[in-house]
Design a protein around this ligand. Sequence first.
Ligand code: AHR
Length: 504
Amino acid sequence: MANSRIVIDHDFTVGPVNPRLFGSFVEHLGRCVYDGLYEPGHPLADENGFRSDVIHLVKELGITTIRYPGGNFVSGYRWEDGVGPKDQRPRRLDLAWHSIESNQFGLDEFAKWTEAVNSEVMLAVNLGTRGLENAIELLEYANVRTGTTVSEQRAANGHPEPYGVKMWCLGNEMDGPWQIGHKTADDYGKLAAQVARSMRKTDGSIELVACGSSNREMPTHGEWERVVLEHTYDLVDYISCHAYFEEQDGDLLSFLASGTQMDDFIKEVVAAIDHVKSLKRTDKTVNISFDEWNIWYRSHYPKATRPNGVDEWGVVPRLLEDVYTVADAVAFGGLMITLLRNADRVTSASLAQLVNVIAPIMTEPGGPSWRQTTFFPFAQASALGRGEALQVKITSPSHSTDRYGEVSTIDAVATYDAARNATTVFAVNRGNTETVDLDIVLRGDLMAATVTATTLSDDDVYAANTLSAPERVTPQANDTAAISGSSVTVSLPPVSWTVIDIRH
Ligand code: AHR
């Protein structure tokens, strides 16, 4: 059996973990909204048509912030279509996902639903087919108390109190040629600056996110961030990162090490931000909103059902309904570790998405809901990964991967939560052959009083939770965890995600 070790010193912190790191994303796409969180007529729907079983699972997941309504969808969306009497709302073509949008669920329903799940609303404005005027009208509808036609429209629609939405995305993936209204960095940067300036005049308390690269492989990545930030640096608080990962060509080991690529991406975007910061000679620091991240099997998504390939306009079609395995949960856990490790610069993140569409929660119309394997690493990180992110020194065996070369077999991060007086270690074994013993060495005054650990792993790394076997994969108590002097020891099986919670 191999050995590994991490050293934790509570004086060496990365920075506070912003609760917004545990955000998610709801897009009008497939069955995320309709038949997902909203299904009037379902036996468990409440008086608003919200599925109470889904509300329960979203709360258990520990979602703090929810980005809405897209995604690619937002770049063709008219927000006014989704407010007011439901029988007067128009049906529209959704060009992004080749679907028909009924508009039976819109901003007011979303705001009410986020209250039910105790989450903060994060909105995106349409900078694809629309621009400045509609962005400030939407902000006025959401945040201006009263005294204007638009704010009184919200009151007339049953919401006299403003929503006070703080987080606003200036469009979505505007660097992508697939995006409705795709722009060059220069054109987008100028528009984003204009919109940001006027939005800030409407409500000085908002926080703004400029679009960064849609993924690290975009040919404009790096240069896009520089140009956009040169236009917007003084006006925005964040620039976005988006990244999706999948196992390709049976290369499990590279896939399990996906956190390596996410980490490189973050470092590159931080470098681009800080380069513009130096050009501007400013003290202001822009941070990253990693507002789309997940495992997504894009290569499995048949071309025939891709938006541009279909003839029929779908009505609540089943799109992007990936089924996640144990291996996916471990790669996902590695991404969660990477986000926590970069908590000083990644101060907001959104798991894309929340229900049915590349989601931790699945539902059947008229039927049950269940947790996918990726539900567990997220829920555990959100419940326990609070307080300060800590620097950890890892010594681990390594193995070679086709995509990332030699990687350490064990990857880990730790957080210290003063409110619970607890240190939590999140660890993945990214190897697929042997169990690795982990020695967690605690330096300083904080000694371990008790330890509990759970591990998600399986002899079949492709085991998954499904409608017929919804609890096939769950984390299990890891009884190897023990205190030994100033250390805690635990065994990490191959292809596993483990959470070790140490009380002092
Ligand atoms: O999350 C699915 C899609 O991925 C989003 O609509 C888009 O922003 C990204 O390309």
